[in-house]
Design a protein around this ligand. Sequence first.
Ligand code: KG4
Ligand code: ZN
Length: 346
Amino acid sequence: MIENILAFETSCDDTSVAIINRSGRVLSLVSSTKDLDHEPYGGIVPEIASRNHSMSLLPLVEQAFLKAQLNWKDIQGLAVTNRPGLVGALIVGVVTAKSLAMAYNLPMIGVNHLEGHLLAPFLRDDQYAPPFEFSEPYVALAISGGHTSLYLVSGLGRYQILGSTKDDAVGEAFDKFAKMVGLGFPGGSKVDQMAQSGDPQKYQLPRSMIHEETLDMSFSGLKSAAHRLVTELGPQNVQENLSDLCASFQQAVIDVLLSKLEKAVIKTKIKNVVVTGGVSANSALRQQVEKVAQKKKWTLAIPPLRYCTDNAAMIGYAGILHLEKGEKHGWDLGPSPQSWPEDFSR
Ligand code: KG4
Ligand code: ZN
């Protein structure tokens, strides 16, 4: 029987290692994020991410064991993100997982990063547990730097995409906007902070596709409109009105996300709702989605920040569930920039 699993996440710039048990309890989670290495380039540089993973991964494995007060004899399996993501970054995790699985004679499974985000609400620790009796089916809004989609989750491995962004991911839009107004990279959390003292009604920005029935979304029009506004205002006005600009931009994004989420709930008639991915850290979004959930009597699960942003615990949980079903991958497992066709239905 699999009691504990060691998991790796290296799909983008965060290197993360976790040990978790079969009930989703996080025994240790250690991560290394080197935003400063990427900041001068205004975005993630894949080669730098890969080099950082190579240097950080094995020391993090040692830390994870120390923190959990466990050793290799307590581990019965390995899970690693192998898709989708930056191939050079994924390969570091995949090759390391394969080597360790071979050395310690353990079963290994490659996990879809997005499946990890979708299952993150089921993780638990001393401070967090999922809402009482929360279970499938549920509607999940997964919003991160690379992905923005609405899913219907009916069970393990049963994920239907209800709608997706046609262009930019929400986190990407936040990051590009932050760059435009001089807040640096990655700017989502800085926009969030600035917006807290701003007026969200001050600038009218477009809410693309908000009135359309489709659950697809688009954020490139908002980005272009924000760029035009920033250019018209000029650097001094932008600095003087920065919190209003951030609040107005942020509210345009939130309005679209909430409207599509509400439509998804109506369409599926499912009131169990998950919001996950790095952008679900946004404080205004959290407050507003909680308000809607209360009003509409949804059961809402938003994992805490440590499980919303990229982390190995969510990969471990997905991995342990698949391994328990008898699934595993062989030594031919490779990284893939995209999800596999069988991962999601439409
Ligand atoms: O899930 P994540 O850690 O990594 C990806 O898989 O992309 O998400 C990172 C994204 C970045 O674009 C970052 O700017 C955004 O999440 N983000 C936020 C906030 N915190 C992180 N966006 C808006 N408000 C925040 N508080
Ligand atoms: Zn992610």
